[in-house]
Design a protein around this ligand. Structure first.
Ligand code: PLP
Length: 493
């Protein structure tokens, strides 16, 4: 008779789980204590890691301590340290203790709540969190489950997914009416400041790339899309037999933090029957503060709104809130009903099955993360977190404007400051010196900024929002920028 081996492999042994998790948490805590000492932008060269790691997977088990040691030696140097207080690039991915704990719970419980029965609490907590978040952003009742008008929200991993799902819904709604061949006539509108996610979504859903209208903005409108230019573009298309299906407005554009006029664009979109989406991936979080809420005025005209708590709501990756006025339109496009998923609750139409509001079937229990964050910090601290970043950005903007060599390119609205060394001769020269300035700051390892091109100008972006950033870091980085600028300007004399 055979017998089981004495040391049965158990990859989920609670005692081992506890010991090794503590070791990892100590490792991460130590990382946060010392993160300021690492070069913010990784200084490694492409391909560095394959020189350090074995060519094959190990046959036998290795202890967690040696894995952590290799992470320290081999992986950390190849990281760009998004949690460094001197990270000012892109938009921040702000981590927090509660965000991490929520993520641990999500990962530890590891449920897959694709429909209600597969984990009722996962779906119901998500329904409740989406309403909590909607109320924090003061969204109108038409976007809330509790609003009684059929609306509701869902958590996706990214804005990209949210935009694809909404675009699919309106594509199908239109094609059901106009016939499948009409796909070549569907047109999507955005501005030259809209995030590239919309352009990608157009390609994914099969709308011809040539039917993506990128409407120009200018300094005169603060790089916002004007209702006048949207109307002109739509009217020209309608006159040529095209069908306007989707308009994307942004609150807090990626390049410069511009805000589109939500009400005015909504009126035009509604008039032409186009789906109106408001992307507030970065700045949506700021609207929990009453002083920023006015940027959402007119949002009741939207069909959908999205924002990323993983940018500025102390939420560890990943988390995107999407609210939809008529979720049934998402379901019409995205639902599938295979036999192996059929159950009484779904068939009774009493529950939300989130698999029909997203691309994938499987989904993470992200709602538990938001729940932990909101409860652990309370709205008071979340508001304070936004305000303190904005206050630092205000001071940084002031310091830039007091230095005659520099100029603030676009008036700041949130925590993003766009600035540059003033042109000495022409725009080419301005681009070249600002590019050099950014590269010298970034290669110093002491701070990391990225850039944008606006109206042909090379602009330095200084996005404040990393959780560990304090005013002393901002001041030190400004001194660093000034010193590097001085060197560059002297070199050119
Ligand atoms: N929209 C805006 C305004 C953004 O700034 C970003 C990313 O920075 C995105 C969309 C893309 O977000 P995601 O990475 O969640 O798809």
């Amino acid at each position: 008779m055979g017998s089981l081996p004495l040391n049965t492999f158990n990859p989920l042994d609670p005692a081992e789980f506890s010991d090794e998790s503590h070791a990892v948490i100590d490792f991460i805590a130590d990382y946060y204590r010392t993160v300021e000492n690492y070069p913010v932008r990784s200084q490694v060269k492409p391909g560095y890691l394959s020189k350090l790691l074995p060519k094959q997977a190990p046959l036998f088990s290795e202890p967690i301590d040696s894995i952590l040691e290799d992470i320290r030696h081999d992986i950390l140097p190849g990281l760009t340290h998004w949690q460094s207080p001197n990270f000012y690039a892109y938009f921040q991915a702000n981590a927090s203790t509660a965000g991490f704990l929520g993520e641990m719970l999500c990962s530890g419980l590891n449920v897959v709540g694709f429909n209600w029965i597969s984990s009722p609490a996962a779906t119901e907590l998500e329904n409740i969190m989406m309403d909590w978040m909607a109320k924090l952003l003061k969204l109108p009742p038409c976007f809330l489950f509790s609003g009684g008008q059929g609306g509701g929200g869902v958590l996706h991993g990214s804005t990209c997914e949210a935009v694809v799902c909404t675009l699919v819904a309106v594509r199908d709604r239109t094609l059901r009416k106009n016939g499948h061949d009409a796909i070549s006539k569907l047109v999507v509108y955005a501005s030259d400041q809209t995030h590239s996610t919309v352009q990608k979504a157009v390609r994914i859903v099969g709308i011809p790339p040539a039917n993506f209208r990128i409407i120009r903005t200018s300094a005169a409108s603060g790089y916002s899309l004007t209702a006048h230019s949207l109307r002109a573009a739509i009217e020209a298309d309608v006159a040529n037999g095209f069908v306007p299906v989707y308009v994307c407005a942004t609150v807090g554009t990626t390049a410069v933090g511009a805000v589109d006029p939500i009400r005015d664009l909504g009126k035009v979109s509604n008039e032409f029957g186009a789906w109106y989406h408001v992307d507030s991936a970065y700045a949506g979080s700021a609207t929990i503060c009453p002083e920023f809420r006015h940027y959402f005025d007119g949002v009741e005209l939207a069909d959908s709104i999205s924002m990323n708590p993983h940018k500025w709501f102390l939420t560890n990756m990943d988390c995107c809130c999407l609210w939809v006025k008529k979720p049934s339109e998402l379901v019409d496009s995205l639902s599938t009903n295979p036999e192996y998923l059929r159950n009484k609750a779904s068939e009774g139409n009493e529950v939300v099955d989130y698999k029909d509001w997203q691309i994938s079937l499987s989904r993470r229990f992200r709602a538990i993360k938001l729940w932990v964050i909101i409860r652990r910090y309370g709205v008071i601290n979340l508001v304070e977190h936004i305000r303190s970043d904005v206050a630092m950005a205000k001071q940084f903007e002031m310091m830039v404007s007091m230095d005659k060599r520099f100029e603030v390119v676009v008036p700041r609205k949130f925590s993003l400051v766009c600035f540059r060394l003033k042109p000495r001769f022409d725009e080419d020269d301005a681009s070249s010196i600002n590019q050099r300035l950014m590269e010298t700051v970034n290669s110093s390892g002491r701070a990391f900024m990225t850039h944008a091109k606006v109206d042909g100008m090379f602009v330095l972006r200084f996005a404040i929002g990393t959780t560990l950033t304090e005013m002393r870091h901002v001041e030190m980085t400004w001194k660093l920028i000034q010193a590097k600028a001085k060197d560059i300007l002297l070199e050119d004399v």
